[in-house]
Design a protein around this ligand. Structure first.
Ligand SMILES: C[S@@+](CC[C@H](N)C(=O)[O-])C[C@H]1O[C@@H](n2cnc3c(N)ncnc32)[C@H](O)[C@@H]1O
Length: 293
């Protein structure tokens, strides 16, 4: 009888706990756990030497607005302000880190240039950043990647300490103190169908697809179709080559141009680097597809 009562009590406690406790793994990014913020990445500061290299690789100047998503004690944003005159915003979910950051900015005499926000980095408004610094984890970078590609302006520079961005290839890599630094430039969106003018009397168009900064596609000139090769973007600067028969001779042309919304303007060069002509392209805006994945 006593055993039956104990078993019944055990079952009741089990079901009460089941109802009260959250299921395993259901905690969302940044949710509070026992009064402490549930961080996606624990605190680990970047060394001063690595901080300086991150600023160097991003060519930070006084015109920049440097964001550090998960800013720790604020050292990257503070160093950017103190040594390069940049403005900055640090975002961290941990109130202790934000307190430290504000104190450190005051001691460094740069409180007028920097701002620290206690917030989940996934909710931060990053649209006015010109440089974004990250020292997170690989899976957090991957989760953040669509937000970076969607919300940052083309040409914004990103430096990620230690971790890559999956299949988004870095534009440059550096090593310092045996740590890798990955540098990315947010590419403009070149996708869609563009009507070309300025280099051939026949009707010409360009169809482009894009994977991060790599650009693929084809060019139609009259009834001829040429593949677009070696296509790449560095921010808003697009370049690609087109190889085909030009006036009966096999030839290669290098197209370079700057993308501004639905217009590209640039120059065409021959293999020797001589300018052949200018070119302009206007996109049918409805054909562009988002590049964020
Ligand atoms: C590895 S530390 C990097 C600190 C600083 N960026 C540096 O390089 O010295 C990661 C920081 O991200 C913060 N963090 C983790 N998850 C976060 C989230 N979801 N939102 C905002 N900050 C977060 C942590 O509190 C910690 O300060």
């Amino acid at each position: 009888m006593r055993m039956l009562r104990a078993a019944t009590q055990g079952l009741i406690i089990f079901f009460v706990l089941l109802a009260v406790l959250p299921p395993w793994g259901c905690q969302a990014s940044g949710q509070q756990a026992q009064g402490k913020p549930a961080l996606d990445v624990p605190y680990e500061p970047t060394s001063y030497t690595i901080t300086q290299e991150m600023l160097r690789i991003a060519s930070v100047t006084s015109s920049d607005v440097v964001y550090d998503l998960g800013c720790g004690d604020g050292r990257i944003v503070i160093t950017a302000a103190k040594e390069r005159g940049a403005r900055g915003v640090g975002v961290d979910l941990d109130p202790a880190r934000i307190r430290e950051s504000k104190e450190n900015a005051g001691s460094a005499g740069v409180a007028h240039l920097v701002r620290f926000v206690e917030q989940n980095l996934f909710d931060a408004d990053i649209s006015n950043a010109t440089v974004v610094m990250l020292y997170l984890w690989p899976e957090v970078n991957l989760k953040l990647r669509p937000k970076l590609l969607r919300e940052l302006r083309p040409g914004t520079r990103i430096v990620s300490h230690s971790h890559t961005m999956g299949d988004w290839k870095p534009d440059a890599v550096a090593t310092v103190e045996k740590h890798y630094l990955y540098f990315f430039i947010v590419p403009a969106n070149s996708t869609g169908t563009w009507r070309l003018t300025g280099f051939d009397p026949k009707p010409a168009s360009l169809r482009l697809t894009q994977k991060f900064q790599a650009v693929m596609g084809s060019m139609s000139v009259g009834s001829a179709i040429y593949p677009v090769t070696n296509g790449s973007l560095r921010g808003t600067s697009l370049r690609f080559t087109v190889e085909g028969m030009i006036r009966g001779v096999k030839d290669v042309r290098l197209f370079e141009g700057n993308i501004s919304h639905n217009t590209i303007q640039g120059t065409i060069r021959d293999q020797a680097g001589n300018m052949v002509s200018a070119w302009k392209a206007i996109r049918d805006a409805a054909t562009a597809v988002p590049i964020a994945e």
